[in-house]
Design a protein around this ligand. Sequence first.
Ligand SMILES: Nc1ncnc2c1ncn2[C@@H]1O[C@H](COP(=O)(O)OP(=O)(O)OP(=O)(O)O)[C@@H](O)[C@H]1O
Length: 240
Amino acid sequence: MSAAQGELLTVDGVVAGYGAAEQILKGTSLKVAPGEIVSIIGPNGAGKSTLLKTIAGLVQARDGTIRLKGGDVTRENALGRAKAGIGFVPQERNVFGAMTVAENLEISGFQEPGKVGARAEELYARYPMLAEKRKALARTLSGGQRQILAMAMGLMNAPALLLLDEPTAGLSPKAADELFDAIVALNKGGLPILMVEQHALEALQISTRGYVLVSGRNSREGAGPALATDPEIRRLFLGG
Ligand SMILES: Nc1ncnc2c1ncn2[C@@H]1O[C@H](COP(=O)(O)OP(=O)(O)OP(=O)(O)O)[C@@H](O)[C@H]1O
């Protein structure tokens, strides 16, 4: 029986980095089960974004395994991971500013071109703001609207798991709250989400589970709300 049974994503002992010598991830592990929101938090430079990129296939794992729905995707490139069901929303440059909202959605549905129209309509129904702005250039959107568009682009291929890299970065507190609400709503619709967040406590509060990454290694893990009220975590992230 596979150890990955009942798990959607299993990252086991992943080692990865950028240069020839230095490793950023030094044996990192995590799991996402169906239906979960899982947050990765940790200090600047801990390797959180690198971990998401390694799961998305943009950074190659030098050791360890990455399984999706029980299948080993460690050797797949980014396109292979996307086809396997991993949707990735990067932190920066995640929309094409010189293209309209509609065009951004259209080019994102590259896996099943025949379904682009229907998927875009579903997303317009879910996010009426996008429908209103469908002919607007993406660069004219507010920060919060841009993040909704980036998330919608990630949904165009109907992923089995959505990776979000710091979705609330640079947003006002109100826009960040609205985006967290949108993430919860998306998850309630059945989509598992793995996200990296600087707003660590807020992210943990809406997460099923959380992982604390420090210097490329797992430090703590637990239920999201429990971690959010843990004195050590609060000291680390609130500086108190
Ligand atoms: N493309 C790259 N080439 C070389 N080094 C990189 C690259 N991207 C990130 N790094 C380095 O890898 C380390 C981890 O970066 P990463 O972005 O994964 O951290 P993080 O935990 O997401 O932190 P932050 O919250 O600051 O984004 C940092 O030392 C960073 O300088």
